[in-house]
Design a protein around this ligand. Structure first.
Ligand code: ATP
Length: 245
């Protein structure tokens, strides 16, 4: 089976800083991949590479068999950024219908996307008058419109209440069962257990790439936050020069 995403030896500099230090990663279709790590470790930069909007130093990023950012991937890859990506002076429905028409998708599909993200009762409200969490869901509805085969979501559940987070995760898994590959970033570890596979990033490097159960087993703890801390300590110890006695 062709990999949905294949990243090899990816190096990215932003400004004068090296942000990604030769990372590699491959995933098959229909997987929910969690990208976790502390603020500033390089998650958004990595995601930008997947959707082809980040200048890379070296390495390769292949998505659905094509170089990331290829014109042929435009409708096959969806990206939810942290920044608002919908028009504040249009209603939720007007935004969804506008992006639907750009993508050649029906108005019915636009209305369904609004329902899918739990915004049906706010469909005719101006986006500028929504709460932060509602605003993010309006962006998510637009990202879902083209039924992308790869969906890259940068912190999609920030600002959402627990009930809605549950619903959004159920939707992510339903999409994965239908064959969509999702890469979902978060810096909160309580969402990690919901992913099929976890990429733990620190300082622009992957320090773990495992299903949650394997990570728990390897670190000897059921608490994924503690597991992450143990892995960081192990990798720091491995990187430290050995003491000469
Ligand atoms: N436009 C930019 N120019 C220069 N450096 C940048 C730029 N954007 C981000 N960086 C730097 O790149 C590094 C990685 O940032 P990135 O946004 O990828 O991290 P992140 O893990 O997504 O963080 P967060 O969880 O806070 O969103 C940081 O040190 C950041 O300061």
């Amino acid at each position: 089976m062709e990999a949905a995403i294949a990243v090899r030896d990816l190096v990215v500099d932003r400004g004068k800083r090296r942000v990604l230090h030769g990372v590699s990663f491959t995933t098959s279709p229909g997987t929910v991949v969690g990208l976790l790590g502390p603020s500033g470790c390089g998650k958004t930069t990595f995601m930008r590479c997947l959707v082809g909007v980040q200048k890379i130093g070296s390495g390769t990023v292949t998505v659905l068999g094509q170089p990331a950012g290829s014109a042929s991937l435009r409708h096959r890859v969806g990206y939810l950024t942290q920044a608002p990506s919908v028009y504040a002076d249009l209603t939720v429905r007007q935004n969804a219908r506008y992006f639907a028409s750009v993508l050649g998708v029906s108005g019915t599909a636009a209305d369904q996307a609004i329902v899918d993200v739990g915004l049906a009762t706010h469909a005719d409200q101006l986006v500028g008058a929504l709460s932060g969490g509602q605003h993010a869901r309006a962006s998510l509805a637009c990202a879902l419109l083209s039924r992308p085969e790869v969906l890259v979501l940068d912190e999609p559940t920030v600002g959402q209440d627990p009930v809605l987070r549950e619903e959004l995760w159920a939707q992510f898994h339903a999409l994965a069962r239908a064959g969509t590959t999702l890469v979902v970033s978060s810096h909160v570890m309580d969402e990690a257990g919901r992913c099929d596979r976890l990429l733990l990033m620190r300082d622009g490097r992957f320090v773990a790439d495992d299903p949650p159960a394997a990570l728990r087993a390897a670190t000897g703890t059921d608490d994924l936050e503690e597991a992450f801390l143990r892995i960081i300590r192990q990798s720091a110890a491995a990187a430290a020069p050995s003491e000469v006695v």
